[in-house]
Design a protein around this ligand. Structure first.
Ligand code: WT7
Length: 637
């Protein structure tokens, strides 16, 4: 039985105080509510130096038994999953807990039949169809480590991720629908696999009914395989600290890193945050619009909702197809009660005009949420009034791929909300603001670097295959703290407002990219010598990508054809090495980059110019060639 959720501000405060005084007692009480084959030996072992964090070690469980099997008695006929297709006229799918359980077991048997076993890494590159959720859970069922790659990434990106984790299998589909477009997913996988000898099997789900290339002895159709398997599959018994999945995310260096989450702690944390932040009720229909390819989809489409016995809605399409009313139409169609989306979607639908929202009642909505980037006040108010009808609480949830689940957020209708403020730390989360030299700021109405000073069950354990990188990135900047990479401000009452990244990471429409990663991609284009990428404020995307590019042969500023040609080359290079989602919004050709005498690019200056602030660039005397700054200013797009 789940513990009572927090229902009042007083309960939140009491719970928070208790969680700081006795974190281990607090989290073991939560952990006690799950089905374990065997309870843990040690509830928590940690040091942030190495780092070494272990929750519930020695505990034996399988997360899918907690997502599925344990609900069968009481919720066997309850809807676990509703699937809404891209095309509103195509039939939607509903699966009860009993049906989802059976499908996961069958898929798990398909994995086993094809040689997968506990500990293997399996790459999933699929559209948002029920089989994606089923495939992910099937991996967890047999103890294989899933690595879901968002189906918008390029063949090169898939290959990099497969090679890094040495995946032995890929789960994919023939193609996918995205709005008006159809994309040949299998062809992208085939291209990636040319450089991935570790992959022995590919399981293909039919979505578009396209004829695709099937490599003999390697590729099999899911529908053929399903005919050959049993519907029972005992869950593999896992240690709480066995890895559950790897999810790649960008950092300040060129190469994305594989964030590793483990079975026990992640389970406890996603369930707890799901139930409390959204104030989920038994009969609710919950819809998170993220893609399963991102952490939001892992934690709040699949694991959190299913652990809590909720009904989760999975949407294949995009917010603007067939028109900008699609989200609102889906809410009315399925009676969605809790709706969780991203500021970038809110801003783009806001720009599409009110008529699209006013055409629907949205009466079923009770709670609305936001995630992925800071939400500006204007978008917050629009969301509150036109979607929430001034009746639904908004939860602005701050967290990261690395944190596994929501860290700072109000709890819907329980703790108060304030526009642009994620607000309150979850019980069990101890955030601090640090000065640049690592001193804790104790006063309110102050700004600092956001760190966390005590472990929580959902936190990352390592970066796959490179523990030192995990230490360096998150635990070395400030001794004894987990460093988030974000800056934040605490208001007079102690609410947190996230300001944004303080490292070389940019957040475009809620998607994270390292500037170095995009630069590497641009530098692949023929004729490019070097480049520097910065973020700049963008009305819809939050941040846009601004690239300064130096070419072998300088391009005359009035040669439109040459400029267009080179732009094309650069965009193509980015699409090939990362994917469409990382295409620069602006490209400025320059003859050089502002560098210090030691060769370091002065990004501060580039950022200012991209932001449109050219008057006050600060000290430029340390530059190797100060004249370059004037050229850049003059050529500003
Ligand atoms: C970065 C993490 C966690 C889900 C999706 C993104 C930014 C996330 C908020 C928010 C302000 C936010 C931060 C963070 N971010 N949520 N509510 N308010 N900023 O996951 O790709 O790991 O990115 O997204 O900058 O560090 P991610």
């Amino acid at each position: 039985m789940a513990l009572k959720r927090i229902r009042t501000k007083e309960e939140y405060e009491a719970s928070y105080a208790e969680s700081v005084k006795d974190p281990v007692g607090f989290w073991t009480a939560q952990a006690d509510t799950f089905d374990w084959h065997q309870k843990w030996n040690t509830a928590l072992e940690w040091d942030f130096e190495t780092p070494n964090v272990r929750w519930f070690a020695g505990g034996k469980l399988n997360i899918t038994e907690n997502c599925l099997d344990r609900h069968l008695k009481k919720r066997g006929n309850k809807l676990a999953l509703i699937w809404e297709p891209n095309d509103p006229h195509e039939r939607f799918v509903r699966l009860t807990y009993r049906e989802l359980h059976e499908k996961v077991c069958q898929y798990a048997n398909v994995l086993k039949r094809n040689g997968a076993k506990k500990g293997d890494r399996i790459c999933i590159y699929m559209p948002m169809v029920p089989e994606l959720v089923i495939a992910t859970l099937a991996c967890a069922r047999i103890g294989a480590i899933h690595s879901v790659v968002f189906a918008g990434f390029s063949a090169q990106s898939i290959a990099d991720r497969i090679q890094d984790a040495q995946c032995s299998m890929v789960l994919t589909s023939d193609g996918l629908n995205r709005g008006h477009k159809q994309i040949p997913v299998k062809r992208v996988v085939d291209e990636a696999l040319e450089t991935c000898p570790s992959v022995l099997k590919v399981i293909v789900t039919e979505r578009l009914g396209w004829a695709v290339n099937m490599v003999e002895d390697r590729d099999v159709w899911l529908h053929d395989e399903l005919k050959l398997v049993d519907k029972h599959c005992a869950a593999e018994v896992m240690d709480a600290e066995d890895p559950l999945f790897i999810l790649y995310t960008s950092g300040s260096t060129g190469k994305p890193k594989g964030v590793v989450h483990t079975c026990g702690g992640y389970m406890v944390y996603t369930d707890y945050t799901f139930r409390n932040v959204f104030q989920h009720e038994e009969s609710d229909i919950f819809w998170c619009t993220a893609d399963v390819g991102w952490i939001t989809g892992h934690s709040y489409i699949i694991y959190g909702p299913l652990l809590a016995g909720a009904t989760t809605l999975v949407f294949e399409g995009v917010p603007t197809f067939p028109d900008a009313g699609r989200f609102w139409q889906v809410i009315d169609k399925h009676g969605v009660n809790i709706f969780y989306t991203a500021p970038t979607a809110i801003r783009s639908l806001m720009a599409a005009g009110l008529d699209h929202v006013l055409a629907y009642s949205l009466d079923s909505l009770r709670v609305i949420g936001s995630v992925g980037e800071p939400i500006n006040e204007e978008a917050w108010n629009w969301y509150k009034i036109h979607v929430g009808k001034d009746r639904c609480p908004i939860v602005d949830t701050w967290w990261q791929t690395e944190t596994g689940g929501i860290m700072i957020s109000s709890m819907a209708g329980v703790t108060d909300e304030k526009p642009s403020h994620a607000a309150w730390p979850m019980p069990g989360i101890q955030p601090v603001l640090l000065t640049a030299d690592g001193k804790e700021i104790l006063e309110n109405e102050q700004e600092g670097l956001l760190c966390v000073k005590f472990p929580w069950p959902g936190m990352l354990r390592t970066t796959y295959g490179d523990h030192e990188r995990c230490r360096q990135t998150y635990f070395s900047s400030y001794k004894g703290y987990y460093f988030t990479g974000d800056g934040a401000r605490r208001d007079a009452d102690g609410r947190y407002r996230i300001i944004g990244r303080v490292d070389d990471v940019i957040n475009v429409s809620g998607h994270r990219f390292g500037t170095a990663e995009i630069e590497n991609a641009i530098n692949q284009a023929k004729g490019v010598v070097e480049s520097a990428v910065v973020g700049y404020p963008h009305d819809i995307k939050g941040q846009g990508i601004y690239a300064y590019v130096v070419c072998e042969k300088p391009i005359p500023t009035d040669d439109k054809a040459a400029i267009e040609n080179m732009r094309g080359e650069i965009l193509e290079a980015v699409v090939a090495s990362i994917g469409r989602i990382a295409k620069p919004d602006k490209i400025q050709f320059v003859t050089g980059l502002p560098k210090t005498r030691s060769g370091k690019i002065m990004r501060r200056i580039l950022r200012k110019v991209a932001e449109g602030e050219t008057s006050n660039l600060g000290d430029t005397t340390t530059l190797l060639d100060p004249a370059i700054v004037d050229e850049i200013k003059e050529g500003k797009l």
